[in-house]
Design a protein around this ligand. Structure first.
Ligand SMILES: NC(=O)c1ccc[n+]([C@@H]2O[C@H](COP(=O)([O-])OP(=O)(O)OC[C@H]3O[C@@H](n4cnc5c(N)ncnc54)[C@H](OP(=O)(O)O)[C@@H]3O)[C@@H](O)[C@H]2O)c1
Length: 269
């Protein structure tokens, strides 16, 4: 039995799908089974209960454990869980202490490494799904307003992250690995907005705003702490006019090329 935390999420839902295709038993965790819309063949359980009986491997999404892992790893070992595949982040490559996002993921990774369980840390860069935050603006015909128009990023499709995570859960080849994942191309936000507009069949515009204005707007969003906002803006500032690395890992691990942002946009718009 494989336990999937955050099973209704961007990545988790596809991890569940991949595991079902491989014909393995899945226990999917959600805070609200009534609204989870998970496939009928899945055993659905409440996140708060974290039932570990019969579980051999687990997919761990830190979004679920915003309060820390508590005694989860000890309980997992006691229940005979052998493997943890964690949805980490390429931010974990940055050991600058100002990068609170990297530090948060490294803290989880270190606890898992020390647990004695087998592990894989899947380290994606920016999710393509972050662009869903622009959806209402684009559909309303308003310009997407972001700072650092010349910063490049490598948006990755959530299906590709899930496919790698599923490989790590289902085979032994990624035990002890920390694959860094990216999409197949380096794009600016204006380019991404244009691609979404083409997929949606509507004109989509981009307007560059100052980092100061972006900071104010980001701080107004729920759950956005100052340190996170500053870390996100610093990463964008450092990406201006820089060619980010394109990772070959999705294709190497799954045997199929990473999906383009145009494919992602066609899936969502
Ligand atoms: N966004 C990026 O660019 C990026 C880049 C690298 C790494 N990451 C990593 O990926 C994670 C996000 O993955 P994702 O997009 O798949 O997750 P997600 O869709 O945001 O969340 C996954 C699921 O977790 C549950 N959840 C959310 N908040 C929760 C909370 N406070 N307490 C308990 N459960 C909660 C929700 O399920 P229910 O409502 O069904 O309970 C949600 O569907 C980040 O936290 C980060 O660790 C993100």
């Amino acid at each position: 039995m494989i336990l999937v935390t955050g099973a209704t999420g961007n990545v988790g839902r596809h991890v569940v799908g991949e595991l079902l295709c491989a014909d393995v038993k899945v226990r999917a965790l959600t805070r609200d089974p009534a609204t989870a819309r998970l496939p009928g063949e899945v055993e659905v359980a409440r996140t708060g209960e974290m039932p570990l009986d019969g579980v051999t491997s687990m997919f761990l999404n830190p979004a679920v454990f915003w309060n820390g892992l508590g005694d989860l790893l000890d309980r997992a070992r006691d229940h005979g869980v052998r493997r943890v595949v964690m949805l980490s982040s390429s931010a974990a490559l940055d050991d600058d202490p100002r990068n609170v996002i990297g530090a948060h993921h490294l803290e989880f990774e270190r606890a898992i490494e020390a647990s004695g369980l087998e592990w894989t840390f899947v380290r994606p860069g920016e999710f393509a799904t972050n662009a869903l935050a622009w959806a209402d603006t684009i559909r309303a015909g308003e310009p997407v307003r972001e700072p650092y128009a010349r910063a490049r990023t490598t948006p990755i499709h959530e299906r590709d992250i899930a496919a790698v995570a599923a490989r790590a859960l289902l085979s032994d080849g990624l035990v002890g690995a920390k694959p860094v994942l990216s999409g197949p191309e380096a794009l600016t936000y204006p380019e991404m907005v244009e691609i979404i507009g083409a997929a949606a069949g509507i004109p989509a515009r981009f307007e560059e705003i100052s980092p100061e204005r972006a900071r104010e707007e980001m701080l107004r969003r729920p759950y956005m702490r100052e340190a996170i906002v500053d870390a996100l803006l610093r990463v964008r500032a450092e990406a201006v006019d820089r060619a980010p690395e394109i990772s070959p890992e999705v294709e190497r691990i799954t045997g199929r090329p990473a999906r383009t942002f145009a494919e992602w946009a066609a899936d969502h718009f």
